[in-house]
Design a binder for this molecule. Structure first.
Ligand code: NAD
Length: 250
């Protein structure tokens, strides 16, 4: 049985990695998806992989006018939203001693301000309850050297889920955070600011810290997000679902 039949879902950061795998899964489960990301070419490529029931809107989640454009398209095409996956995020390595103000601001602009207004501006389009899932990170509970700004921004995201669960309960909107461990996506190799060799070393180091002994796949995150999006999780709200091979437990 398809769990998201006829639902309208918005996925930010939908052009690659976790967002793309989740948009694909949502469509397999019967949803219509609207994906957004910053680069038109990547978005179009993602849409051709998803194949059907997909709309693309180019935009940066840290820009409020881009979010207005995104939701104007959603409103015109579907009239409402059932599921919002606020997933776009940025995380480059920047040890405390050398991190710049620009790095700090960019991390919080995308991960904190971006998620905040992605959700705020979607609210008028939720008509009959719904599910909001926020991508946090296992780093919201771990010390990860070199990623303190990123980890702090993801802890903020986790806390949004707590507060918004209470703020939105009367509208029957559930809000959950979902915290991936190291997942095999382009971000792990390219956007962390590491060379390929450093990324390999970091990945090997991470792997020793994962009880299950391997990195996760985007499809494994997508399955967890599809659960949180669907009525199968109808009594789950305000949690932080770790999808991390047990990493947060050690
Ligand atoms: P990815 O690089 O494969 O995908 C990130 C997506 O977000 C891309 O589509 C990119 O275009 C989009 N994006 C980035 N900044 C944006 C912005 N300002 N506006 C709109 N879109 C933007 O990365 P991923 O690994 O799939 O990451 C997705 C989320 O998962 C992020 O929030 C990331 O922090 C989080 N996460 C990833 C891992 C991991 O190991 N891959 C672990 C924990 C958390």
């Amino acid at each position: 049985m398809k769990t998201l039949e006829g639902k309208v879902a918005v996925v930010t950061g939908g052009s690659s990695g976790i967002g793309l795998a989740t948009a694909q899964r949502f469509v397999e489960e019967g949803a219509h998806v609207v994906i957004t990301g910053r680069r038109e070419k990547e978005l179009k490529e993602a849409a051709s992989l998803i194949k059907r029931n997909v709309t693309t809107v180019v935009g940066d989640v840290s820009r409020l006018d881009d979010l207005d454009r995104l939701y104007a398209v959603v409103k015109e095409k579907h009239g409402h939203i059932d599921i919002l996956f606020a997933n776009a995020g940025a995380g480059t390595i920047a040890p405390l001693a050398v991190a710049t103000e620009a790095h700090f601001d960019q991390t919080f602009d995308v991960n904190v301000k971006g998620v905040f207004f992605t959700v705020q501006k979607a609210l008028p389009l939720f008509k009959d309850g719904g599910s909001i899932i926020l991508t946090s990170s296992v780093s919201n509970v771990l010390g990860v050297p070199g990623f303190s700004a990123y980890a702090a921004s993801k802890a903020a995201v986790r806390n949004f889920a707590r507060a918004w669960t209470l703020e939105l309960k009367d509208r029957k909107i559930r809000v959950n955070a979902m915290s991936p461990g190291p997942i095999d996506t382009p971000a792990l190799a390219t956007t962390t600011g590491l060379t390929a060799e450093q990324a390999q070393q970091a990945a090997a180091q991470f792997t020793t810290q994962i009880p299950m002994g391997r990195r996760g796949m985007p499809e494994e995150i997508a399955a967890a997000v599809a659960f949180l999006a669907s009525d199968q999780s109808s009594y789950v709200t305000g949690v932080d679902l770790a999808v991390d091979g047990g990493m947060a437990q050690v």
